[in-house]
Ligand binder design. Structure first.
Ligand SMILES: [Cu+2]
Length: 130
């Protein structure tokens, strides 16, 4: 009877022990994922902003994204569906107004600047969104 009791106590402490170990393990895992996502954010240092940009097709997408990639812009993606450009840039080097102006210069109206008629008329006919 005594050995049974010892076995039960031993089992109990193993269960408790592994439980607290599992909890500790979970905590460390949580902390690890937190720090790794933090460092991920540091790697893509910069500001991300989204602005409305008019356009029609994949050619527009290529032109808009190319125009948006001025000095300081690390990422620029135009959504054909949403008609928005999401740009990631170094705020010390440029800003969303400058990006908008550059896009307007190649013919695309956007939240920050409007394309001149001259620039607009230079667009291929499939891209004329007005
Ligand atoms: Cu187009």
């Amino acid at each position: 009877m005594k050995t049974v009791k010892i076995i039960i106590i031993a089992l109990f402490s193993i269960v408790l022990g592994s439980n607290s170990f599992a909890q500790m393990h979970d905590h460390s895992k949580m902390d690890m994922s937190k720090t790794s996502s933090d460092s991920k954010m540091d790697m893509t240092a910069g500001k991300t902003e989204t602005i409305k940009v008019s356009g029609n097709c994949d050619m527009c997408k290529a032109s808009i994204e190319k125009a948006a990639k001025i000095d300081g812009v690390s990422k620029a993606e135009w959504s054909k569906k949403a008609k928005t450009l999401t740009a990631t840039f170094d705020p010390a080097k440029t800003n969303i107004e400058a990006i908008g102006k550059k896009i307007a210069a190649v013919g695309y109206d956007n939240e920050k600047a409007k394309a001149t008629d001259v620039a607009y008329n230079k667009l291929p006919s499939c891209c004329q969104y007005r």
